[in-house]
Design a protein around this ligand. Structure first.
Ligand code: IPE
Ligand code: IPE
Ligand code: MG
Length: 227
C-alpha cells in the first residue's frame, strides 16, 4: 500500500515489559523483541514511501526506572545502533535523533554520531530515534536558545529551535500498549496529528495492523481548522 499524503509517522513503542512479563520472561526479553520489531516496521515504512519515521525509544522520564533496566536499555541501544547501520544503508535510510544525547555515555554518543555520519547521504527515508527525549525538556532548551538570541519569536522560529527543526510536523501518531496518553512526546509537533491507540503490545505490533491503521488514516478528513 502506498501512502502519499503521510510524510511523518511517529510511534510510541509501548508495552515491551508487559509483553515479556505475560510470558514469565524478564522485561529485557521484551525490549530485545521490541528492538527487532522496530527494524521490521522501519523496513516496511521505507517500502511504502514514508519520508520520516520517529520512534520513541527512551524518554527523559525513563531514568526513573530501576538501574538494572536502564543499564540494559543503554546496552541495547548501542547494540541496536551497530546492527541497524547495515539495515539503514541497505534501505537508503538516513538516521537522526531527537532528545538530549549529552546525558548518555561516551560510547553511546559516539555510536549515535557514527550512524548519523554513515547514513548522512541516504535519501529514502529519515528514521528519527527519540532518545532521552521529553517534549518539555526540548521546549525548555528551545526557549533558552531564543532568550540567548534576545528577539521576539513567532511560531516558525519556535519550530526552528526545536530538535525536530529539520522535519515536518507529525501526520500520524500510533501508540501501542493500551494507554491513551502522550507521555511527553512531541507536544508541539503533534498539534494536528491523527492519533491512534492500540492495545497491541509493541513486540506484537504487525505490518498487518499498521496497514489497517493506514487505511483508516487515509479516510480521515484533515481540516486543520478550516472547513
Ligand atoms: C516501552 O516499553 C519501551 C520503553 C519505555 C523503553 P515499556 O518498557 O514501557 O513496557 P511496559 O509499558 O512496561 O509494558
Ligand atoms: C513512553 O512509554 C516512552 C517510550 C515508549 C519510550 P512509558 O512506558 O515510559 O510511558 P508511561 O510511563 O506509561 O506514560
Ligand atoms: Mg510503558
Amino acid at each position: 500500500m502506498l501512502v502519499n499524503d503521510l510524510k511523518h509517522l511517529a510511534f510510541i513503542m509501548d508495552g515491551n515489559g508487559r509483553w515479556a512479563q505475560r510470558q514469565n520472561k524478564k522485561r529485557s526479553n521484551g525490549h530485545n523483541k521490541g528492538a527487532k520489531n522496530a527494524r521490521t516496521i522501519t523496513e516496511y515504512c521505507v517500502k511504502i514511501g514514508i519520508k520520516y519515521l520517529t520512534l520513541y525509544a527512551f524518554s527523559t522520564e525513563n531514568w526513573k526506572r530501576p538501574k538494572i533496566e536502564i543499564e540494559f536499555l543503554m546496552k541495547l541501544l548501542i547494540k541496536f545502533l551497530k546492527k541497524e547501520l547495515k539495515t539503514l544503508q541497505k534501505n537508503n535510510i538516513k538516521f537522526d535523533t531527537i532528545g538530549d544525547i549529552s546525558r548518555f555515555s561516551k560510547p553511546l554518543q559516539q555510536a549515535v554520531l557514527h550512524v548519523k555520519k554513515e547514513t548522512s547521504q541516504c535519501t529514502g527515508m529519515t528514521q528519527i530515534l527519540a532518545i532521552n527525549y521529553g517534549s518539555r525538556d526540548e521546549i525548555t532548551r528551545a526557549v533558552n536558545r531564543a532568550i540567548k538570541k534576545g528577539k521576539k519569536v513567532d511560531e516558525q522560529d519556535i519550530s526552528n529551535l526545536l530538535d525536530t527543526s529539520n522535519f515536518p510536523d507529525i501526520d500520524l501518531l500510533i501508540r501501542t500498549g493500551g494507554d491513551q496518553r502522550l507521555s511527553n512526546f512531541l507536544l508541539w509537533q503533534n498539534a494536528y496529528a491523527e492519533l491512534f491507540f492500540t492495545n497491541t503490545l509493541w513486540p506484537d505490533f504487525s505490518i498487518g495492523e499498521l496497514e489497517t491503521i493506514l487505511s483508516k488514516y487515509r479516510t480521515t478528513s484533515r481540516r486543520f481548522g478550516a472547513l
